[in-house]
Design a protein. Structure first.
Length: 571
């Protein structure tokens, strides 16, 4: 589901987006904004998610309303939110002073001073850190790992030949094999097309330069020129396959390039490079991303990885800023008159597990256990995948978190799918896919600022049983890597709205337990009795109440009111 924001690719022939993991949905250069100097100048467009529906006619979470009326001081000023995600920009101006510090560890002395199993973990840990001090950029997809690992056990066998205790694995292997074969074919054809585009691009440019000496042509101009040749898409595709260099075909090539944002040869070449990595790393059965980490992926263990949680490591070209965006929503400095205002004054514990591709269950489980053992009260998980090879490890880690009164918040994903029918991971379900394993897990879908039929984000996953509630996740203005600010979209940004709310509840009412905090968040949401477009459709409407367990949108103001009431009852 790629919720975490993995690289986004556009096909040559279709303008749809592939979500390579939580990813967010619209991380374009046009959305980047230079550092603002006064966060008091933030516009409604930049802060819509914090507005109140009754006051502002915007279906936000009523955070501003709560802050305006709150006169109390928090009882717990040291609350920690663990963000299990990508690398983070530790140098960002709006994240200064909000990163968790392990005061029991002496920096850079090469000793595990606090005996927690991790050396020099001053601000968190990178479970994808390498022995050389860098971090892994590419992971295989989980279905590729399943095909590689379970293939020798199940290939060419029928279910009647399988030991009953291995039936679950056998069925998952069959499902993974099907997906793997489909993706290999799909990406292989796409890559072949890109290679042809790279080869023919100079000829296209030279040919069009004859008609447009200044190369100032637009899509509409090319379209008019193309129509003179009365060539349809089927003919175009045939000529592409035949390497035809007919003028009309060349025009069509450039039109397609412009349509998907490939304005220069460098754009086309860059997409070819990205697809090469998908085929040779993400989808390569023989690629082993763990070699540079030098751990044993078949056992749970402490200490592997490194303490390099920053995304500014010298020599690493790929800059991952997903954690930076999520952390800004949660806790960007509210008082420095710069950039944005985070939801809370909590500290952020960055834990890295998310390269491009799918997260390892080992890393998920160990990151959750690290967060719990080192004091995190809330764990934000804005990532997801279609398969889980070591599901039991993750289930045990989630139960460990519940035992220690820690809340887990997870993004629903960006595939416009019904999670009651298409299970994704991680989740809070047992192997029967119906029984919940605990009371400390919340799954969050995304809404827009448009009240009415378009309330639910068209990309958001949903589910009457497996999505708990919705929160703003579209056109969210937040911190970005490189000391920037940006608009972005995805359920990745809905999850921290809920995580931030849980943190606020515990900061002011620390006597509440995790089950109570979860129920407060679910019970206090805003109900909207309207019909909305079913995500992924343009004409099918359903009651908003049918898209999640609660049928509600997060409401911070209501949650804090209810938390106060329940907290007083416990005294």
């Amino acid at each position: 589901m790629r919720q975490k924001i993995k690289p986004l690719f556009y096909t040559l022939f279709f303008s749809f987006i592939i979500f390579v993991s939580c990813k967010s949905t619209k991380p374009t250069d046009q959305n980047l904004v230079k550092s603002s100097t006064e966060n008091s100048n933030l516009t409604t467009k930049q802060t819509w998610q914090y507005k109140d529906f009754q006051t502002d006619s915007i279906p936000g979470i009523s955070l501003d309303k709560w802050y305006l009326q709150n006169k109390k001081k928090p009882k717990n000023k040291k609350l920690i939110i663990a963000v299990i995600d990508t690398q983070i920009d530790l140098k960002h101006e709006d994240l200064q002073g909000i990163i968790w510090t392990n005061t029991k560890e002496i920096p850079n002395n090469g000793i595990d001073d606090d005996h927690n199993g991790y050396i020099d973990d001053i601000n968190g840990w990178s479970f994808t850190g390498t022995k050389s001090g860098a971090y892994v950029v590419w992971n295989r997809y989980e279905y590729v790992r399943i095909v590689e690992k379970w293939g020798p056990l199940f290939k060419d066998k029928t279910e009647s030949q399988i030991d009953p205790k291995d039936i679950y694995k056998f069925r998952e292997y069959q499902r993974a094999s099907k997906v793997y074969n489909e993706k290999i074919k799909y990406y292989g054809n796409w890559y072949k097309s890109l290679q042809h585009s790279v080869a023919i691009y100079p000829l296209i440019k030279d040919t069009l330069k004859y008609y447009f000496p200044k190369e100032n042509y637009t899509y509409n101009q090319l379209d008019s020129m193309y129509k003179k040749y009365k060539i349809n898409d089927k003919t175009y595709r045939q000529m592409r396959n035949d390497n035809d260099k007919d003028l009309a075909a060349l025009i069509k090539y450039m039109m397609v390039n412009l349509d998907v944002g490939e304005k220069t040869f460098e754009d086309v070449k860059d997409k070819e490079t990205q697809l090469d990595s998908v085929l040779n790393k993400n989808l390569n059965i023989n690629y082993n991303e763990r070699l540079s980490i030098a751990d044993n992926p078949e056992i749970l263990e402490k200490g592997y990885g490194n303490n390099k949680i920053s995304n500014t490591i010298e020599g690493i070209r790929t800059i991952q800023d997903h954690n930076t965006m999520v952390s800004g929503i949660l806790a960007a400095n509210r008082y420095n008159n710069k950039g944005i205002r985070g939801m809370t004054d909590a500290k952020i514990m960055p834990l890295n597990i998310s390269p491009s591709g799918d997260e390892h269950d080992k890393d998920i489980a160990m990151a959750v256990r690290y967060a719990v053992d080192n004091g995190a009260k809330v764990i934000n998980m804005s990532f997801g995948k279609e398969f889980s090879m070591h599901r039991d490890w993750v289930i045990d880690a989630f139960k460990y978190a519940e035992k220690h009164n820690v809340l887990l918040v997870h993004s629903a994903g960006n595939d416009s799918e019904d999670l009651d029918k298409n299970i994704t991971f991680p989740n809070d379900l047992n192997y029967d896919e119906t029984t919940e394993i605990g009371d400390n897990f919340i799954t969050v879908g995304s809404i827009t600022q448009n009240f009415g039929a378009g309330l639910v984000s068209e990309f958001s996953n949903y589910g009457k049983q497996n999505v708990d509630l919705f929160a703003p996740g579209e056109d969210i203005y937040t911190t970005g890597a490189g000391n920037r600010y940006k608009f972005d979209s995805g359920t990745s940004f809905s999850a921290p709205m809920v995580s931030g709310t849980a943190a606020l509840i515990w900061m002011y009412y620390p006597n509440l337990n995790v089950k109570e905090v979860k129920q407060i968040i679910l019970d206090s949401g805003t109900s909207y009795t309207i019909d909305v477009l079913l995500p992924g459709t343009t004409d099918k409407k359903v009651p908003f109440s049918q898209l999640s367990k609660t049928g509600k949108v997060l409401n911070v103001y209501n949650a804090m009111q209810l938390a106060e009431k329940i907290s007083k009852q416990k005294r």
